[in-house]
Design a protein. Structure first.
Lengths: 417, 327
């Protein structure tokens, strides 16, 4: 990519000349790229995120450009695939070339904040009033707020209205209803229910609402509550209401199954809504995730990306980045973004207004209210527990271990030094 | 290593003669030659040191450190002694991953080699379109593994995959085989995919080896009344042996560390049943950010590869000796 200013091209020529003459000279050319004395006027800042999908990238580009304009800077947005973001951040942290503004999945924030590569946002006077407690806790490390998310999301139960009507099944509210409905919706070539139970953090993420709604806890996995939640998934697979392929499906695969009419219900997130809306033949509805017993409130995991200001030699650049961050988290930008991405604004008052305007999002607004951050209890130790949880799910679903055995082993691996 | 087959011109004059005649010009010429020799070695040596030596040493160092995400930013990596090794080598996951690695490597090599050899022998005959077919056979080798791995994942899908559709269609099993979702089956599946990936390499090298065998040996054997089986046993196999050992040793080195095949087809699942040392190392380092522990597994893989590299060197020497015997 060549920027309009044309600076990179000019820098390359002497660099090449120097490199051919003497290898060492090349390092000198690379070093000065981000220099800028504090007195220099900042005209542009760099941004790193994982919005690689074309439409998403373009939407973010517009919002970032608009926010940049209010701060008087040009925003250079770079997007890497989600799986490459953390490796990229770690690499750039060690070479001190982090962007001015950095997006992180909220579950990764504490891990990165622990390294010391981020700056607390209070020093820039960032406004954190009225921000939902869940996402604020995800953005906080050792009592200081390091990241803010304009919007949050969570997962819910999507269902195919036509299939439910044909089978004469009501939208399930409880686990028993879910099992019964899934069984009645299962036909040759079609399953009643689909989840993502694969061996990644995505599998863990989809299991959490079942674990938490039943009073299970990631700190102590070998409890009857946790085993009951896992048994629900095992029963769904054993009874044939759910394909054994859930062991390999990603959330995108689950969505494909749903869109193709091969499953009547699925667990997924609101970011799938744009694709579902484009599909004329699909008549879908969305409901809260079924709870163990009627009357319980579902506890869903909190999704959403937080924006951070990394350490930087230039205070002026950091100030500009913080200005853009503040703009992203302002009420009006939040509303725009949430509308674009079918997510929920992170400030309470804004979310309430949003729910009034978009009744179809009511399920997610309510779900996000009570949603829990994955790192709330374990902080930087979360990745290990998450690994133990998806391993337990896989062991139980393949029948290698009973849910109880699988979770006992998960607890052992999660707490091993 | 001294190369016994190539003549060495520099020592041809004999040392005594140099001292006796005290021919200074000759001494200077030899010094220049020695300098030139080092000049040729130096770039290669520097390359090896920077791109192989440094990472190797660094990985060993890493395995003795408590190297976390924080280290990447602060540079502080406390010395951990043997703690990383103790934690990794005593865990159940390690012995399981080691067993899977051995099964995966042995299974892959057996399949690749037998099928590769059969195809190489087949293509040795001349028939129309033989050359075209032989080059088409290289296709799996040329495809990016992520693409072919994903395609395999679709084909092996228990519900909608074509493989199970065939199995059901032939009435071999009414419910189909849980290729990717059964715990023993998944390992078999990744082995099968890896066999498919490895056949071109085996065929290409073995075919090359077969071309080297002088045809007059077969003619002589035919005159002596040897059938195809005894020709294979007494001519092809013994003369192909050096190539065979090279193929197998390289195969081990490639297969032990195979990561992409497994990650794209099963991701190590279900329930860790296709987890190998390589996937474990990857997950420890890049998902759990336990770089020190990931490095331990990396070192284990290096030791295994090193052992086979030694075998390879010996096999190479034998191959050269056999080559000499032929000419």
């Amino acid at each position: 990519m060549i920027s309009p200013a044309g600076r990179p091209t000019r820098r390359i020529v002497p660099c090449l000349a120097a490199a051919t003459a003497l290898l060492l000279a090349a390092t000198a050319c690379g070093g000065g790229a981000r220099a800028g004395s504090p007195t220099d006027k900042i005209t542009s800042i760099t941004v790193l995120d994982y919005y690689t999908e074309k439409s998403e990238h373009d939407q973010w580009d517009q919002v970032l450009t608009a926010c940049g304009r209010t701060a008087g800077v040009r925003v250079e947005q770079t997007s890497v695939p989600p799986a490459s973001l953390i490796p990229a951040v770690l690499r750039r942290a060690s070479s001190r070339t982090l962007p001015d503004l950095l997006m992180l999945d909220n579950a990764d924030l504490q891990q990165i904040a622990q390294t010391g590569a981020l700056t607390p946002l209070d020093r820039y006077g960032v406004d954190t009033r009225d921000v939902a407690e869940g996402i604020l806790s995800a953005g906080t490390y050792q009592g200081k707020v390091y990241g803010l998310a304009p919007y949050v999301s969570t997962v819910a139960l999507f269902y195919n209205k036509k299939m439910l009507a044909e089978a004469g099944v009501a939208v399930p509210d409880t686990w028993d209803e879910l099992k019964a409905a899934a069984a009645r919706l299962t036909r040759p070539g079609r399953y009643g229910m689909a989840v993502d139970a694969n061996a990644t953090f995505e599998g863990t993420w989809q299991f959490l609402p079942f674990l938490w709604s039943n009073g299970g806890d990631e700190k102590k996995l070998d409890t009857p509550q946790a085993a009951q939640a896992l048994r629900l998934w095992v029963d769904l697979v054993k009874s044939g209401s759910m394909s054994t392929s859930v062991l390999n499906w990603t959330q995108a695969d689950v969505h494909d199954q749903f869109a193709a009419g091969r499953t009547a219900m699925m667990i997924n997130g609101p970011w799938r809504i744009p694709a579902m809306e484009k599909d004329r033949n699909l008549d879908w509805g969305v409901a809260p995730i079924p709870v163990p017993r009627a009357g319980r409130t579902p506890v869903a995991p909190l999704g959403g990306e937080v924006w951070t200001v990394p350490q930087n030699a230039s205070k002026a650049r950091q100030a500009k980045a913080a200005e853009v961050l503040n703009c992203l988290n302002s009420a009006s930008t939040m509303l725009t973004l949430a509308g674009q991405h079918h997510t929920v604004p992170s400030r309470g008052a804004v979310a309430a207004r949003y729910a009034e305007q978009n009744p179809s999002m009511a399920v997610f607004v309510k779900g996000a209210e009570g949603a829990r951050a994955r790192t709330r209890e374990l902080g930087v130790r979360w990745p290990r527990a998450a690994t133990a949880i998806y391993t337990a799910i896989q062991s139980a679903l393949t029948g290698r271990q009973t849910p109880e055995e699988a979770l006992r082993q998960a607890q052992r691996t999660a707490t091993r030094d | 290593m001294t190369d016994r087959t190539s003549p060495t011109p520099w020592t041809g004059a004999g040392d005594d003669a140099v001292v006796d005649t005290a021919d200074r010009g000759m001494v200077r010429a030899r010094a220049r030659e020695r300098l030139a020799r080092w000049g040729f070695v130096l770039p290669a040596a520097a390359y090896l040191l920077v791109f192989f030596g440094y990472p190797l040493v660094k990985n060993v160092e890493l395995s003795f450190q408590q190297y976390t995400t924080t280290t990447l930013y602060s540079g502080v990596a406390p010395f951990a002694g043997l703690r990383n090794y103790a934690a990794i080598l005593t865990s159940d996951l390690f012995s399981e991953a080691l067993a899977h690695t051995i099964l995966f490597t042995a299974g892959s090599l057996l399949g690749q080699f037998v099928l590769g050899l059969a195809l190489a022998l087949f293509f040795q005959r001349r028939f129309p379109l033989g050359g075209v077919l032989r080059s088409l056979l290289l296709l799996p080798w040329l495809l990016p593994l992520v693409a072919s791995g994903t395609t395999w994942r679709w084909m092996l899908d228990p519900d909608t995959g074509i493989v199970n559709a065939v199995v059901r269609g032939l009435h071999l099993s009414s419910s189909g085989v849980p290729w990717l979702t059964g715990t023993p089956q998944a390992l078999v599946s990744v082995i099968l995919v890896n066999v498919w990936v490895g056949i071109p390499f085996n065929t290409a090298i073995l075919y090359g080896g077969l071309q080297e065998i002088p045809p007059h040996l077969y003619e002589a054997a035919r005159l002596d009344g040897a059938g195809p089986v005894s020709a294979f046993r007494h001519i092809t196999w013994p003369l192909l042996r050096p190539v065979v050992s090279v193929v197998l040793v390289l195969g081990v080195a490639y297969t032990v560390k195979a990561l992409d095949v497994i990650l794209t087809v099963t991701g190590g699942g279900p329930a860790g049943s296709t987890e190998t040392l390589a996937t474990q190392a990857y997950k420890l380092s890049f998902q759990e950010f336990e770089f020190g522990r990931g490095a331990v597994l990396g070192n284990v893989l290096m030791v295994i590869s090193f052992v086979f590299a030694l075998v390879h060197l010996r096999a190479g020497r034998r191959a050269r000796a056999a080559g000499q015997a032929l000419t």
